[in-house]
Design a protein around this ligand. Structure first.
Ligand SMILES: Nc1ncnc2c1ncn2[C@@H]1O[C@H](COP(=O)(O)OP(=O)(O)O)[C@@H](O)[C@H]1O
Ligand SMILES: O=c1ccn([C@@H]2O[C@H](COP(=O)(O)OP(=O)(O)O)[C@@H](O)[C@H]2O)c(=O)[nH]1
Ligand SMILES: [Mg+2]
Length: 241
């Protein structure tokens, strides 16, 4: 899977991971990727009493996904899963392939789906919550398809924070969180990747009638007022614990 996608997209990390995938089966790569204990076979999303309620949060770099996710968590009690944070955690843990993830993030490319989806799946399986806010994922059609295959579910709602490039660049350069990718060279690459790979995902969910497009310029609270209606029809489901 990694090799097939890497071969037609210049944006997806290909070098080390594709070499690795030729050497050992994917599960083996994954086992050495994480420092956590394996999850027992019988424990999992599908064995939970309630069906998961999944919200994907999409938008370009700096469009305010993380900022609005914090408000959604406070208001609706979702479990927040930032794909970028999960990947950065692997780097911070110094896991064997943390350096591959670091290189990918510095380049503004997309980490192979297998890796990201398994990180997300682990968090979903370990959580007692059934409402998940998946922030910054899927970033490509290949990510999306991989999620659907591995998790066996589609999102209930997809939020898309629509922000002009100029504004996104300004915000990222002022973010001040010490991130390796918050520099002008990486942001330029990330914007290209966003347009080429992430917008097709946005279009996919628009066609399916699941997309809630939000104009991401303005005060944070005003933007959140545009977010609320997306959850209006699902209050009953998301209030169940
Ligand atoms: N509505 C807004 N107006 C101005 N700055 C914002 C707004 N929302 C978020 N920011 C700031 O922009 C930067 C990027 O926001 P963040 O939530 O990290 O975006 P993303 O997760 O989409 O990259 C942060 O420094 C944040 O404080
Ligand atoms: O599903 C994901 C999410 C993130 N990333 C990588 O992590 C970086 C930072 O993502 P994050 O969502 O943290 O950035 P944001 O959009 O919030 O600035 C991206 O550019 C990618 O290199 C990735 O490969 N797959
Ligand atoms: Mg973010």
């Amino acid at each position: 899977m990694w090799r097939r996608v890497a071969s037609f997209s210049p944006f997806i990390s290909s070098t080390k991971s594709s070499i690795l995938s030729q050497l050992v089966p994917t599960m083996k790569i994954w086992e050495s990727f994480t420092t956590e204990a394996p999850i027992p076979v019988n424990h999992g999303i599908s064995s939970k009493d309630s069906t998961p309620f999944i919200t994907f949060v999409l938008g370009g770099p700096g469009s305010g996904k993380g900022t609005q996710c914090a408000k959604i968590v406070d208001t609706y009690g979702f479990k927040h899963l930032s794909a970028g944070d999960l990947l950065r955690r692997e780097i911070a843990r110094n896991s064997e392939y943390g350096s591959t993830i670091l290189d990918t993030i510095k380049e503004g490319r997309i980490v192979p789906s297998e890796v990201t989806v398994r990180l997300i799946r682990r968090e979903m399986e370990l959580s007692d919550n059934h409402k998940f806010l998946i922030d910054g994922f899927p970033r490509s059609e290949e990510n999306r398809i991989s999620f659907e295959r591995i998790i066996g579910a589609e999102p209930n709602i997809v939020l898309f924070f629509d922000c002009p490039e100029e504004e996104m660049v300004k915000r990222v350069l002022n973010r001040n969180q010490g991130r390796v990718d918050d520099n002008i060279d990486t942001i330029k690459k990330r914007l290209k990747v966003f347009e080429a790979l992430n917008l097709p995902v946005v279009n996919h969910y628009a066609k399916k009638g699941k997309l809630h497009k939000i104009w991401a310029v303005g005060a944070e609270d005003e933007i959140f007022e545009q977010v609320r209606p997306a959850f209006a029809g699902c209050e009953q489901v998301i209030s169940e614990s």
